[in-house]
Write a protein that binds this ligand. Structure first.
Ligand SMILES: Nc1nc2c(c(=O)[nH]1)N[C@H]1C(S)=C(S)[C@@H](COP(=O)(O)OP(=O)(O)OC[C@H]3O[C@@H](n4cnc5c(=O)[nH]c(N)nc54)[C@H](O)[C@@H]3O)O[C@H]1N2
Ligand SMILES: Nc1nc2c(c(=O)[nH]1)N[C@H]1C(S)=C(S)[C@@H](COP(=O)(O)OP(=O)(O)OC[C@H]3O[C@@H](n4cnc5c(=O)[nH]c(N)nc54)[C@H](O)[C@@H]3O)O[C@H]1N2
Ligand SMILES: [Mo]
Length: 779
């Protein structure tokens, strides 16, 4: 990480815990957690973990079940516009469980299981067993199913397009060329979106050693050269001395097509590779040269779209062809309008270079996005809590939640199919925070008033908890035993319970087991196991799965003794789709042609409502600097926060230390600040037609002109202005982002495509209240 944490061996005997931001040794005094110390095997620990210590038992902690007053007094559907404002009434577990069970039974009976939305997207906590979504989905399946969501907020557009282009998404995303291979062999690492060291702190499901930054430094020391095409300089890890090309956000596809154009017109492309491994190149080549539409996608064409000079694009193409090149495309490229296009275009470009399958060459999707991407490890699968079967077929693309709630029974299209939004009466969320993750929060707040009941499991009074009807307080990872068993990480860690649950908090599993009892499905939910029995089952089953692949895991007893184990990686670094490259006939890709699809006949056959071309094309984003008017002339990048994971621990000490006067910083280029008469430290409002966000100005040439940057994660602190607009007093950029899908085909979130204006906030500054608990009535 950029901030180095010192490791001391004096803590090696303390109990272990794991989180998405790393493994730690936990110090307790008289049953209270006093410190989280870096894990002995972590070469570059993250300071994020310590942020939990001061909030475990703070006023922001939810300690008892709670029910919204209007809901309790007047029943489901009462005064739903008061969600987020009503006080809460404290309940006993018996009362709350009965309310939840009765309400689930009512909705199921009156409207069917499809009226229950259990998508519950979110990152929850590390630990294989206490994964909130797995618990919720298993539970809902036991009572007859639920409407689910598909894809992620991380890279939904990639999840839809890559299976058409490269085959099975899992084997691509979780089987990328190892960074060891990059460290050993890459000569030119060219990245769209950088390699943000801050993001490598995180790994979904937990992590042991933060090794990614070190491998990039190793590549640099060997002489590899780095180029970062990104609106923000610090997106590329500073220590690799990258050349920075400050492109316009949203212009990546244009640059990629122009690089392809140069390779093609200068005959630098690998025709043999294209013939052997790809499908449809000629049609794409016609598009690139302009045979089809009369517009050559030349460097001159891309220069005004991207603000990258034509000569720079051309010389880049030549360097790529002359070097062992790794083309890295950040996940952020998919979270924008037409977010499927950059991934498809980059795959076509990498195929033209003909280095896919070679050590240190080819393409990487999201290096630096998390500590697991390109991790050197055995390709294993582990057992998870069995989910049972969902008897409901209905689903939504994950980011279409407001759309679904606002427009029940209307049609939508997605990935070649036509579907209908169900009429949702009950929303059940555990382990995610839509008031953090969703775009256009004013629209979400409106949509959130539609369902009759919202049930949430949370441990802290964040904005989601405040907008629920029934809140069931859950434990944190420090209050329960678990096993960090993440197939994407070489470490396995026994996570110890280091303190009793705070207040009356319960594990998600126990909460569901009790509600299941009320509904008569306890046996099918628990199968007679308690949490420890399940963890043993998971570990033993996983041990068997590893053994089948020739990898020996220690017995559970021996793991308990040592606390953790590292499974050594394979001898040779993994190469993405290496099998296919070795023998494309014996090991075809799981695509329609078995090859890399530069043209997809499947997509060509899609209904025209899908509005998608059969090969990568340039499509102008809905919102970008290329069509910005005078009203909103700045492009807002709302990227990942370096002091936390999304909204988790925003209220903790580490995240709070990164704020300025309690509010989030917004970074602006000096030229834009001067033009607006703004100064460092000014309280400003960032705004557009959708909303307003307060923030404190930081002036820096780390961002390119006309781009402003605010990290995600600040808990929404809502206020409605005199003209009815949502203002966040704290700094949640999702009051500004739009709620359109990436495209009709992929329907992903497109938060990165967002135009705003910034001006000084001249009214009296409203106090920041995001971390205050709501009013609670104790009967
Ligand atoms: N503008 C903008 N918006 C974005 C993004 C962006 O780049 N820009 N990025 C998007 C991306 S990539 C993602 S992945 C999403 C992330 O969005 P989320 O995953 O929804 O965000 P988190 O804050 O991690 O939410 C996890 C929630 O689970 C709770 N939790 C933790 N442990 C437990 C547990 O054991 N049990 C229960 N019941 N709850 C628990 C936490 O308190 C927290 O409220 O945000 C998306 N939103
Ligand atoms: N510390 C920390 N780490 C995290 C997370 C976190 O919350 N905190 N979240 C995790 C999650 S869930 C995910 S999905 C990953 C996300 O991983 P990424 O998507 O890689 O993360 P971001 O920080 O959103 O984006 C990286 C950079 O892309 C650049 N960018 C944005 N738009 C464009 C564009 O149009 N073109 C180009 N070339 N660059 C652009 C931005 O300048 C931005 O800083 O991060 C993970 N890592
Ligand atoms: Mo994500």
């Amino acid at each position: 990480m950029d901030e180095k944490v010192t490791i001391s061996s004096q803590y090696d005997n303390l109990p272990l815990t794991s989180s998405h931001w790393g493994t730690y040794r936990v110090e307790t005094v008289a049953g209270k957690v006093t410190a989280l110390h870096p894990f002995d095997a972590d070469s570059d620990p993250s300071p994020i973990g310590s942020g939990i210590v001061d909030v475990l038992d703070a006023p922001s902690r939810i300690k008892m079940p709670m029910v919204r007053k209007s809901w309790l007094e007047h029943g489901p559907g009462a005064a739903t516009d008061k969600r987020g404002q009503d006080p809460f009434i404290q309940m006993t577990w018996d009362e709350a469980e009965a309310l939840v069970a009765n309400e689930l039974a009512r909705v199921k009976n009156d409207f069917g299981n499809k009226a229950i939305f259990g998508g519950s997207y979110g990152w929850a906590s590390a630990g294989r067993f206490h994964h909130a979504q797995s618990q919720l989905h298993r539970f809902l399946n036991c009572i007859g199913g639920y409407t689910r969501s598909v894809n992620t907020y991380s890279y939904a557009a990639a999840e839809v397009i890559l299976p058409h282009v490269l085959g099975s998404f899992g084997s691509i995303m979780y089987g990328q060329t190892s960074l060891e291979s990059v460290a050993a062999s890459t000569e030119l690492f060219i990245s769209f979106g950088g390699f943000p060291a801050r993001n490598c702190q995180i790994a979904s499901g937990g992590t042991g050693d933060h090794s990614q930054v070190g491998l990039m430094e190793k590549a640099r020391q060997r002489g590899a050269e780095f180029i970062s095409i990104s609106p923000i300089r610090s997106d590329m890890l500073a220590r690799v001395d990258a050349e920075w090309l400050a492109a316009r956000p949203g212009s990546d596809t244009a640059i990629l097509l122009a690089l392809a154009h140069c390779l093609l017109t200068e005959d630098l492309h690998d025709s043999e590779f294209l013939a052997r491994y790809t499908n449809g190149f000629d049609v794409f080549a016609d598009y690139v040269t302009g045979q089809g539409d009369g517009v050559p996608k030349s460097a001159e064409w891309a220069a005004p779209l991207s603000d990258i000079p034509a000569d720079t694009i051309r010389s880049l193409a030549r360097r790529m062809a002359a070097s062992r090149t790794m083309l890295s495309v950040s996940w952020s490229l998919t979270r924008q309008d037409h977010g499927e296009q950059p991934y498809w275009a980059a795959t076509a470009l990498a195929a033209m270079l003909g280095q896919i399958g070679l050590p240190g060459g080819g393409i990487g999707f999201g290096y630096g996005a998390t500590n697991s991407v390109g991790m050197h490890r055995q390709m294993l699968n582990f057992a998870a809590l069995p989910q049972g079967k969902n008897a409901v077929d209905d689903f939504i693309p994950v980011a279409r939640i407001s759309e679904m709630l606002l427009n029940p029974e209307t049609d939508f299209v997605y990935n070649g199919g036509r579907y209908t939004y169900p009429d949702i009466r009950l929303v059940y969320w555990a382990g995610g925070n839509p008031f953090h993750h969703h775009q256009d929060l004013q629209r979400l707040i409106e949509a959130w008033q539609k369902p009759e009941t919202v049930i949430v499991h949370e441990w802290c009074w964040n904005t989601l908890a405040k907008h629920a009807d029934i809140i069931l307080p859950c434990t944190t990872h420090l209050e329960r035993p678990d096993i960090m068993l993440n197939p994407r990480d070489p470490f396995i860690v026994m996570m110890e319970q280091v303190m009793p649950p705070v207040g009356d908090a319960r594990n998600d599993y126990d909460i569901f087991a009790n509600i299941a009892k009320h509904l008569g499905v306890e046996e099918s939910f628990t199968e007679g196991r308690d949490m420890i029995a399940w963890q043993e089952w998971m570990y033993e089953t996983s041990r068997g799965m590893a053994a089948e692949k020739g990898v020996t895991l220690p017995t559970l007893d021996s793991l308990k003794q040592t606390g953790w184990v590292k499974i050594e990686g394979p001898e040779k670094p993994h190469i993405m789709i290496g099998d296919f490259i070795d023998d494309p006939v014996a090991n075809p890709l799981n695509t329609a042609s078995g090859k890399i699809e530069i043209v997809s006949q499947t997509i060509a056959g899609f209904d025209k409502d899908m509005n998608i071309a059969p090969h990568p094309v340039w499509r102008e984003p809905n919102e970008w600097l290329g069509n910005a008017g005078d009203a909103f002339p700045l492009h807002l990048i709302s990227n990942q926060p370096h002091t936390k994971l999304h909204s988790q621990l925003d209220h903790g000490s580490h995240s709070r230390a990164g704020k300025i006067n309690q509010r989030e910083p917004v970074t602006m280029h000096p030229d834009n600040a001067t033009a607006r008469g703004l100064h460092d430290g000014d309280l400003v409002q960032v705004y557009n037609d959708r909303g307003i966000c307060l923030a404190v100005l930081v002036i820096s040439d780390d961002v390119r002109p006309d781009v402003v940057q605010m990290a995600t994660g600040a808990w929404l602190d809502p206020m409605i202005t005199a003209d009815g607009k949502l203002l966040c007093k704290h700094g949640n950029p999702n009051v500004l982002t739009h709620d359109l899908g990436t495209s009709n085909m992929t329907q992903g979130p497109a938060a990165m495509s967002c135009l705003v204006e910034v001006q000084k906030y001249n009214d009296a500054a409203p106090p920041m209240t995001a971390f205050d608990p709501p009013d609670i009535i104790i009967r």
